[in-house]
Design a protein around this ligand. Structure first.
Ligand code: FEO
Length: 400
């Protein structure tokens, strides 16, 4: 049975939720599912904006056929070629052989790669500021390279001031019937997953996101329609402000992310001691065991917090594996402008501090607030003074 939602009188959401996906992109857990958004315009011409992941093709096809109600599908606009939106293009093009594909040159090149055949004769290739007239509506195409892939583009409808924003402004989480952000408690219940989506999916490309935001700033927008998560028809400015912060790598709050990797609990004990001293001083601490919490959640809070403390035991003459994975992930996502402190542990040759420092030294505008604190097996009697001092230093910076 079809399952659609009206966006406006002539625009329908024909996407679907996926609640059975374990890992988005094979790596990011999505315990609340994810939505693949596709929108059908029923103007003088019919236009489908993007397709969906293969996992939900069945209901997507039912949605499309129901809403077209026998009309032909005139255009398929492709904003992004990643297979969570594009994997069903071929099935759709075979089902509607007359449909014209509206895409840019980079998308066309990727289509050839993914499809294994050349769809050029079916394509209307567009570039920056080209338009598509569909009757009452007129769509202008805006390139948004690296938000999240190089071929990404957005569409702006000058008639109803709609912005089809591709991956930008998306969130993890199934829609569960709610299409619009104002139908949910977005900032109370969904912002954390929106942050995790942004930081892990496009966090690396802050400069390119800023370029896209600059381009969009000149446009009056009444509705924002991303490829994942909620559609915005009001209250968007507060979310846009988050994007300005995230893409500039500015922290959202003066607080400490405290992530530790501990094999037998001694490094954890030191991390707990430090957390207590910080909290006593009024500092907010967001604390994680890197062996328990998947890296994507910790990366997300690394973007959120002004100060980062990492505590890791030495392992195989390196740093413990889950910490190594986390720090590589943070570096890969281009985080910058943070204040960092380190705690290392090692029973005979502690090197994790040196290795963590080497890895994090590559982060732009990032400085260490102190030399690493070194544990030999466990926090020694009297050594708590070093952690007291670290807590004092961090608190002085954060509460200043
Ligand atoms: Fe939702 Fe970059 O694809």
């Amino acid at each position: 049975m079809y399952c659609t939602r009206k966006v406006r009188d002539d625009l329908v959401w024909v996407g679907a939720d996926d609640r059975r996906l374990v890992c988005f992109e094979g790596v990011y857990g999505v315990p609340d599912g994810v939505s693949y958004n596709a929108f059908l315009l029923l103007d003088e011409k019919t236009v489908l904006f993007d397709t969906v992941d293969r996992a939900v093709y069945g209901v997507f096809l039912e949605n499309l056929e129901h809403e077209l109600n026998g009309r032909p599908l005139d255009y398929l606009v492709i904003h992004h070629m990643e297979p969570d939106h594009a994997a069903t293009q071929e099935l759709l093009l075979r089902r509607w052989p007359e449909t014209k594909i509206v895409c840019n040159a980079k998308s066309l090149a990727m289509m050839k790669q993914f499809l294994g055949w050349d769809p050029t004769e079916r394509c209307v290739v567009v570039k920056e500021n080209d338009t598509l007239e569909t009757g009452r509506h007129s769509f202008r195409f805006l390139m948004a390279p690296m938000v999240h892939w190089p071929e990404v583009m957005m569409s702006y409808d000058t008639a109803d001031r709609l912005l089809f924003s591709a991956d930008a402004f998306g969130t993890f989480g199934a829609l569960n019937g709610r299409l619009f952000a104002d139908e949910a408690d977005f900032f109370g219940e969904h912002l954390d997953e929106a942050r995790r989506y942004y930081t892990n999916i496009v966090g690396k490309y802050g400069m390119q996101v800023q370029a896209a935001l600059k381009k969009l700033a000149a446009l009056p927008v009444d509705m924002v329609l991303p490829l994942h998560g909620f559609v915005w028809r009001g209250g968007f400015e507060a979310y846009l402000e988050k994007y300005r912060l995230w893409s500039s790598y500015a922290p959202e709050e003066k607080s400490v992310l405290l992530a530790y990797a501990s094999v037998y609990g001694h490094t954890e004990n030191a991390a707990n001691y430090l957390a207590c001293r910080l909290c006593e001083r009024g500092v907010r601490v967001r604390m994680y065991d890197t062996s328990v919490t998947p890296a994507s959640y910790i990366v997300s809070d690394a973007f959120r917090c002004s100060h980062l403390v990492f505590a890791a035991t030495t392992y195989n003459n390196g740093m413990f594996v889950t910490m190594e994975n986390l720090l590589h992930d943070i570096a890969a996502h281009n985080l910058q402008g943070r204040r960092v402190a380190l705690i290392e542990n090692g029973s005979w040759a502690p090197v994790s501090g040196k290795l963590m420092k080497e890895l994090l030294s590559g982060l732009k505008n990032t400085e260490f607030v102190a030399e690493p604190v070194t544990l030999k097996s466990a926090l020694a009697a009297g050594q708590e003074a070093q952690l007291d001092a670290l807590a004092e230093t961090l608190a002085a910076e954060i509460l200043a």
